[in-house]
Design a protein around this ligand. Sequence first.
Ligand code: AMP
Ligand code: GLY
Length: 420
Amino acid sequence: MKVCVIGSGGREHALAWRLSISPSVTKVYAVPGSAAMSGCAELVGIDWKQTEHLIQFLKDNQVDLVVIGPEAPLVAGLSDSLCSAGIPVFGPSKAAAQLEGSKVFAKELMKRYDIPTAAYGVFSDVESAKSFIDDTGAPIVVKADGLAAGKGVVVAMTVDEAYAAVEDMLSGNRFGEAGHTVVIEEFMVGEEASLLAFVDGETVVPMIASQDHKRIFDGDKGPNTGGMGTYAPAPVLTDELRDEAMRTILNPVVKALADEGMPYVGCLYAGLMITDEGPKVVEFNARFGDPETQVVLPLLDSDLGEIMMSCAKGTLKAEEVRWKQSSAACVILASKGYPETSSKGDVIKGDIEPYDTTIVFHSGTKLVDHQYVTDGGRVLGVVGLGKDLQTALDRAYGRIEHISFDGMQYRKDIGAKAFK
Ligand code: AMP
Ligand code: GLY
């Protein structure tokens, strides 16, 4: 079958790479993709926002399945437009993608169906938000309702910080429309894990659990980022806890959406906090995680194209999804100034070809005069694979010794929590 991946980041590079080695897949297109993805996909210079143009391309080239990578096209309803044109899509409808697009929608759904998550309030005026903060006390978490590129969450350790966050979002217009309503949440204590699942509208099949590292600095210090590294499997989510999360969180939310007339098709990402009372939802995403995808997909031992097509057709079976008995680790190399700013145009030196035991996925690079240069905050995701996590980490960090660019920064402690 012919598959088209929408997007151009590290997650999409991993998706295109994994699809390109799936026996059922004869051709991968990437819209628009990145220069680095040309090794595994044919790049198509169309903007997904030009939906008519995109549909014409997909029809002219008899594309069998579209895989939507990022949240923006999902929340904008690209999946609906393609489905209406008769093109099978892996990625939820606009209605179902509200699970990520609106934190208020997600929290209210969880409340209606008793899905474990932090207690919360919803506010659009500063005074009532502050009075809720006074009543709850710190630490407390303030979240912009809408999409804010992973930056709309403030974990406030003091009441003053929470006040400032609320003022920033509600009166300061910090995230524009996305921040005109805020969710204020109870602070949950525990270790985090990312549990992604394949979903066909009804059947939910979990992937291998992974763990992201959201803060910029070692020891989980400094501001939040899009994710500085991941590893899988993550031992914090034992088989028992995964089964519990499936029973109390993923299965019920997929059933709730179906019951409310917005069946979920695609990858459902549950960001979990493993608390003393069991797994609770930190957030849902309506897509694969970045950089979770870079460690989860190399461990898949079955045909990704077939699995995704089964999701699109509503015929997914748990037996279709098998995993390798090995580990993967991904270390993100970020550019100077990230996450506040990012540096563009720094020449990347070293060998970034893929090998059997290491793969370099490109998150933000550009080819200029036959040389890759930085082109965003997160630049490369260096993945090591191995029989166990230590081997995978050694391979990833070993590979990084041969890569450099001006201002390159990365965490040295990816995976450390797994050995505690
Ligand atoms: P989010 O974008 O919702 O995943 O939030 C970003 C990060 O903020 C999460 O990965 C957590 O580390 C932290 N966080 C979000 N909500 C909570 C919460 N209710 N309690 C504790 N930490 C949280
Ligand atoms: N790695 C976090 C995310 O994809 O949202």
